[in-house]
Design a protein around this ligand. Structure first.
Ligand SMILES: Nc1ncnc2c1ncn2[C@@H]1O[C@H](COP(=O)(O)OP(=O)(O)OP(=O)(O)O)[C@@H](O)[C@H]1O
Ligand SMILES: [Mg+2]
Length: 335
């Protein structure tokens, strides 16, 4: 278990991590999400005692990292795959780690096998591709057979087979009862891997929620409709108490009503439909909505990006007296 309490890091004027309090539990994969510069790596460094908190506290199984006897047996971490001596072979890199932590030589062979690097074990690490470096870093994290594993952007540079492999590795480590804490920018990847999510933006906690709740509250499902008799259709839908959202072009979007019901209403009023399609907005969009205000480093080359976010569409006001259905949003957002 990892416990953070009011964890704070300030670099000069910059609040990199701002009063973070949350717990990372065993037996599940916890995804740690946030835009570039949100403070994910800084938080992870403080956890390993590589950076000193300005305020607050972080404990590994109830203890501070620097108090742990044989820390590799408690927590294995991959923070920076390039942080190794390039002149050493993969085997020797792991052997040095093993020998300085009281871990038997046989374990080096085991972890090389687990990460699929046995064939290149004698090759120097500086000749490794980014993906091979990630695998070697993961081997180092597994070396002490620790109860807690922490990975900073582990799929960075991995090919599809590698991404699939690490996803299954993280799930199986959690299924063995270990604590698995993994950072990513990629909501879509996390949706397939994590059971629980901690989302931060500009150092602050934005969400601490199970993936199931995140999906339930944020993956908006709606029905997209196009009709050449748009105005009459709007009247019919409003008349039935259905809230309609105007999407781009001629399209309309309806939340909380099944496509069958809309189709039957249209048929009863002899209205022609050119499209009637159930849609699912992605978690990626939900994540971008949640973190939009805390994104520090914007690219300016894609002005259309925000326009695809579903909640950006303005609702069409229903006639007076009709109740507005609850809008999809981030009402669970903290702080
Ligand atoms: N050693 C340092 N000195 C000064 N500022 C730092 C230092 N390390 C990090 N920062 C700043 O702290 C903030 C958080 O950085 P951090 O690397 O933790 O973000 P991150 O969430 O890991 O981002 P990314 O997704 O890009 O890896 C950034 O604004 C960064 O510039
Ligand atoms: Mg980082």
């Amino acid at each position: 278990m990892i416990e953070l309490e009011g964890l704070t890091k300030r670099y000069g004027e910059k609040m990199a991590v701002n009063h973070l309090t949350f717990t990372v539990r065993p037996g599940i994969v916890t995804g740690f999400l946030g835009p570039n510069g949100a403070g994910k790596s800084t938080t992870m460094r403080m956890l390993l005692g590589l950076d000193r908190p300005t305020a607050g506290d972080v404990r590994i199984d109830g203890q501070h990292y620097d108090r742990l006897k044989d820390p590799l047996k408690y927590i294995g971490a991959l923070l920076d795959a390039k942080a190794m001596h390039g002149g050493r072979s993969a085997f020797n890199h792991l052997l040095c780690l093993a020998q300085s932590n009281g871990i038997p030589r046989a374990r080096v062979h085991e972890v090389l096998d687990t990460v699929g690097l046995t064939a290149v074990a004698k090759k120097k690490a500086k000749g490794f591709s980014l993906g091979m470096g990630q695998r070697l870093g993961i081997a180092g994290a597994l070396l002490g057979d620790p109860r807690i594993l922490m990975f900073d952007e582990p799929v960075n540079g991995l090919d599809p087979e590698g991404i699939h492999w690490i996803r299954n590795l993280m799930k199986s480590l959690a299924a063995q009862g270990r604590t698995v804490f993994v950072s990513s920018h990629l909501m879509s990847e996390m949706a397939l891997t994590a059971d629980h999510l901690v989302v931060i933006g500009q150092g602050r906690l934005l969400a601490d929620t199970s993936m199931a709740d995140f999906i339930r509250q944020n993956s908006r499902s709606y029905v997209r409709i196009r009709s050449p008799q748009r105005e009459r259709l709007l009247d019919v839908l409003h008349g039935a108490g259905i809230t309609v959202v105007e999407a781009g072009g001629e399209a309309l979007e309806v939340d909380g009503t099944k496509s069958e019901h809309i189709g039957e209403l249209a048929a009863q009023h002899q209205l022609v439909l050119h499209e009637l399609s159930p849609q699912q907005a992605s978690l990626e969009e939900a994540f971008m909505q949640l973190t939009a205000e805390s994104v520090e480093y914007h690219a300016h080359s894609d002005p259309g990006l925000g326009a695809t976010a579903p909640a950006a569409a303005p609702p069409v006001a229903p006639p007076a007296g009709q109740q507005q259905a609850p809008q999809w949003g981030n009402d669970w957002k903290k702080g």
